[in-house]
Design a protein around this ligand. Structure first.
Ligand SMILES: Nc1nc2c(ncn2[C@@H]2O[C@H](COP(=O)(O)OP(=O)(O)OP(=O)(O)O)[C@@H](O)[C@H]2O)c(=O)[nH]1
Ligand SMILES: [Mg+2]
Length: 410
């Protein structure tokens, strides 16, 4: 497994109420083996793993055979490792300590974006207990999980509100800094704080004028900005899911229909060479050399009939790709050291693929690769066009870039 994270180094957290399939999603995406079961609170401690963002590799466009080092390339699909964390389920009242309470919320501190798993089949009640009949609408689940987060954030803020308010009277310009200190460790920046206040028309340096509602609205805005989320509408193999998917669609939220269990089955079958399957694919092929049992063949047939033929894919890979590329605004760039051979010093062709945030410059890329490279940056080259680029050049998706620095010149 690759341990390096060649990206903006963000962490995706898998969250949701209990028993919706978070660990199944996590296992499918990472091929780890954390416990999964049909009862609530199977997961207590967070599980960390490496998943992959998959994109069309530039090797096909450039018509070269590549030798990736920090990532993998399978038949023209580049797989770039990213970090994923599976978190315990959250119930209503968690901010006041119900269920696993603040434990869940503490585990969410470090993540930069959320994959919010819901049971689209509606066969899990609010506490995560499996039910016989459809009793639930995942929209209510989405709302209560987010509300608990907002309440928790508000609690943290209110602990220090008097000091923040008093101080800001005499210390204009310091409120954002003080809030940021109060929320340190939550991956919330001062920019998030300023933007959150602005979005809700709140004057950041007049917190004494904020009403209770203003503080709540500020927390909602802060969550949306600092922990953006994508909904993984899971268990679409169940026919009941269709209607709920329509409900989710109607909210206009970023979501992907998912079948985590089916993806896990496919990836495990591919791992033991029973089938040929690339994560995110719309189809798989039985391999001649495999000797599946009748039960295995039946399970694979069900996945084809109930998931792939209806929905086009299991959605797990699409969710991860979308979290990085849509939610976190990532693009993929390929740095090389030898612009003629498209290689690193050792001759590996297109060795690295980096996910950087849209708007990043050539100089930012140099810093992401190595701080020495950033500090001694001279200029860059667009390898595809041969044009020289300045420090402020805004990177485009699929750029192949050579950085020239005093450091690299040596
Ligand atoms: N039908 C169906 N069942 C699924 C799917 N994904 C998960 N499940 C089942 O849902 C149940 C809960 O799965 P887990 O992955 O343990 O759920 P969790 O959200 O991690 O649960 P907690 O850790 O208890 O919060 C298990 O019985 C899984 O087999 C799916 O795509 N379809
Ligand atoms: Mg779990």
């Amino acid at each position: 497994m690759l341990s390096m994270c060649p990206t903006i180094c963000m962490i995706l957290g898998v969250i949701g109420k209990p028993n919706v399939g978070k660990s199944t999603f996590f296992n499918a995406a990472t091929l780890l083996n954390v416990p999964m079961a049909s009862y609530p609170f199977t997961t207590i401690e967070p599980n960390f793993g490496v998943a992959y963002v998959s994109t069309h590799c530039i090797c096909r466009t450039l018509n070269v055979e590549d030798n990736p080092v920090n990532s993998r390339c399978i038949n023209g699909t580049r797989l770039i490792p990213i970090k994923l964390v599976d978190i315990a389920g959250l119930v209503r009242g968690a901010a006041e300590g119900r269920g696993l309470g603040n434990k869940f919320l503490d585990d969410i501190r470090q993540v930069d974006a959320l994959i919010h798993v819901v049971d689209a089949s509606g066969l899990t009640d609010e506490e995560g207990v499996t039910t016989e009949e459809v009793i639930d609408n995942p929209i209510t689940d989405i709302d209560f999980v987010e509300k608990e987060f907002d309440l928790w954030l508000r609690q943290l803020l209110l602990k220090d509100w008097r000091r923040i308010s008093n101080n800001s009277e005499s210390n204009t310009g310091k409120t954002a800094e003080m809030i940021s200190e109060r929320l340190s460790g939550l991956a919330i920046t001062e920019k998030h704080i300023l933007t959150a206040a602005e979005k809700k028309n709140l004057t950041i340096d007049k917190p004494t004028s904020w009403s209770e509602d203003d503080i709540m609205n500020f927390c909602i805005s802060l969550r949306e900005l600092s922990k953006p989320s994508i909904i993984a509408a899971n268990k679409i193999d169940n026919p009941f899911a269709k209607e709920n998917i329509e409900h989710i669609k109607a909210t206009g939220r970023l979501f992907v229909p998912c079948a985590a269990e089916a993806e896990l089955l496919l990836r495990k079958a591919a791992e033991i060479k029973m089938i040929d399957y690339l994560a995110g694919g719309s189809t798989f092929k039985m391999l001649n050399t495999s000797n599946p049992t009748i039960a295995q063949v039946k399970a694979l047939e069900m996945v084809k009939k109930n998931v792939l033929d209806i929905w086009g894919s299991t959605g797990v890979q699409t969710t991860i790709n979308s979290a990085y590329l849509d939610l976190l605004d990532g693009i993929v760039v390929y740095p090389v050291e030898d612009e003629n051979k498209l290689s690193d010093k050792k001759g590996n062709i297109l060795p690295d693929a980096y996910i950087v945030q849209k708007g990043s410059t050539a100089k930012d890329l140099a810093f992401i690769i190595h701080s020495d490279l950033g500090e001694t940056f001279l200029h860059a080259f667009d390898v595809k066009t041969g044009l020289q680029l300045g420090a402020d050049y805004i990177l485009k998706d699929s750029d192949v870039i050579k950085i020239v620095s005093r450091y690299s010149r040596g």
